[in-house]
Design a protein around this ligand. Structure first.
Ligand code: FAD
Length: 288
């Protein structure tokens, strides 16, 4: 099923995200994570491409496994460190396996090659056009409520985001944020640029203290003092930190839905227990 169809309905959706294993030997164990995540009955499950140390080679296979559990799969696809030939081959594999949803991303610029390579991709917008030319896929894209770290300013970033939507992006998923006001401000600015596709709010449940330090150093996310106090108080107690992280993410989601943001993506990071605990907390809000 196309995710764009799900997002058109006037219903709350909660989706989850997985990242592929680092090695093929881990693939069988990994499929148990896919099964446990699918049992939660999220609206859809996405699988990253070469992010968080996972191997992009398995993204297609994992998306296929997700679909086999009866849950719509989104395969992420990045282009910055790829050639058009390699990307065409992945799109062909996705088509052969009836994977209808692709999240089209530039990916991080590789440090080891000159970027961009001649006649290759510069930005996600080119990948979106490439995917569109190869079939009837539902294409999504990434957006950044705090601005993409490389963008000069939010206005410029939103201008490029509008180009992605015009090129064929049917929905957007946000980078994680820890203060919902950042999302609400972003939505206001996006609407002023006539970006009118569904914007799925990306929520990261932070369940250990080192995770939040890594997030801040990598993405420079603004973390409210309310959350930092939680890390200060519970960071040394793993069980308490996990419980507090799940409660914080739950509270963020309730506030988002109460304010009309119906579509939530949990960056569940291969932890079905964490996603499951959040979904149990929301059992009358997201009815499975
Ligand atoms: P783009 O949309 O190309 O934007 C990148 C930068 O270029 C921005 O600063 C933008 O303002 C600017 N820009 C865009 N278009 C133009 C243009 N035409 N001319 C000039 N400047 C332009 N990474 C992975 O490796 N694998 C994943 O699976 C993955 N999944 C992600 C999922 C989500 C929901 C999000 C939010 C991010 C994900 N990422 C993933 C990270 C992402 O690849 C990086 O953030 C990357 O740096 C930017 O990707 P993008 O698709 O947003 O790029």
């Amino acid at each position: 099923m196309k995710v764009s169809q799900l997002l058109k309905e006037d219903k709350v959706t909660i989706s989850c995200e997985l990242f592929p294993p680092k090695q093929g030997a881990q693939l069988e164990n990994y499929k148990a994570i896919v099964a446990k995540t699918a049992e939660l009955k999220p609206a859809y499950i996405s699988c990253t491409y070469g992010a968080t140390g996972g191997t992009s080679d398995y993204t297609v296979e994992i998306a296929d496994a997700i679909n086999a559990h009866g849950v719509p799969a989104i395969a992420h696809l990045t282009c910055a460190s790829s050639t058009k030939e390699k990307v065409s081959s992945v799109i062909t594999q996705l088509k052969e396996r009836n994977i209808e949803n692709i999240l089209a991303l530039r990916g991080d610029i590789p440090e080891t090659v000159d970027f961009p390579l001649p006649n290759q991709y510069h930005h996600a917008v080119e990948l979106i056009a490439h995917i569109k030319s190869m079939g009837d896929f539902c294409i999504g894209g990434a957006c950044y409520p705090e601005g993409h770290p490389e963008a000069k300013n939010m206005d410029e970033d939103l201008g490029y985001l509008k180009e992605k939507v015009d090129a064929g992006c049917e929905y957007l998923t946000t980078q994680m944020f820890f203060d919902n006001n950042i999302y609400y401000n972003f939505m206001y600015k996006a609407l002023k640029k006539n970006i009118d596709v569904p914007v799925v709010a990306g929520i990261m449940p932070v369940t250990n203290a080192s995770q939040i330090k890594r997030i801040i150093s990598l993405s420079g996310n603004l973390v409210p003092s309310k959350f930092l106090n939680i890390v200060d108080r519970f960071g040394d107690n793993p069980d308490a930190m996990k419980q507090a992280g799940i409660a914080y993410a739950t509270e963020q989601i309730i506030d988002l839905v109460a304010n009309g943001a119906n579509h939530i993506h949990i960056y569940s990071m291969n932890k079905p227990d964490v996603a499951g605990a959040i979904m149990d907390n929301l059992s009358h809000i997201y009815v499975r």
